[in-house]
Design a protein around this ligand. Sequence first.
Ligand code: GTP
Ligand code: MG
Length: 153
Amino acid sequence: LERTLILVKPDAVQRRLTGEILSRLERKGLKIVGAKMLRITPELSRQHYAEHVEKPFYPDLEGFITSGPVVAVCAEGPGAIAVCRTLMGATNGREAAPGTIRGDYGQSRSMNLIHGSDGPDAAARELKLYFKDEELFAFDKLIEPVLYEAAEA
Ligand code: GTP
Ligand code: MG
């Protein structure tokens, strides 16, 4: 089964949307196999957003992502990375479709409530930044054969 890193960003924590956001992932059938609250440091921000560090908006992005606590979650399921990206919606809340997290709760491009890894390499790299191996859990849910169908991974 695929794993992805989700961050409930500082704006969502501030707006008391943590439960609502994580509950949408759970209702979809994703399994939370790791979770912690933390304050992202400037160093961690530079590692997490390595692809954006040189961009003009990076100082604003770092200021925002370090502005308050986030909730980091490892979500697991078949195609978890793409499933989460679909649930999140487009980066800019004004463009994100209704029914998506960003489409339903935000209008901002920078304060867009949630982060989700954008591919398998990013997911592996980002999960290592936030979780030790022993902080991620394997547990079976008896409904999985019904939820995911037989051979999906
Ligand atoms: P993440 O899941 O957070 O990575 O969002 P994304 O993959 O939808 O967007 P992207 O990786 O392109 O950008 C990363 C984050 O930087 C976005 O989620 C925004 O929070 C922020 N961001 C992107 N573009 C801009 C911008 O032009 N200005 C500002 N201030 N922030 C931006
Ligand atoms: Mg991204």
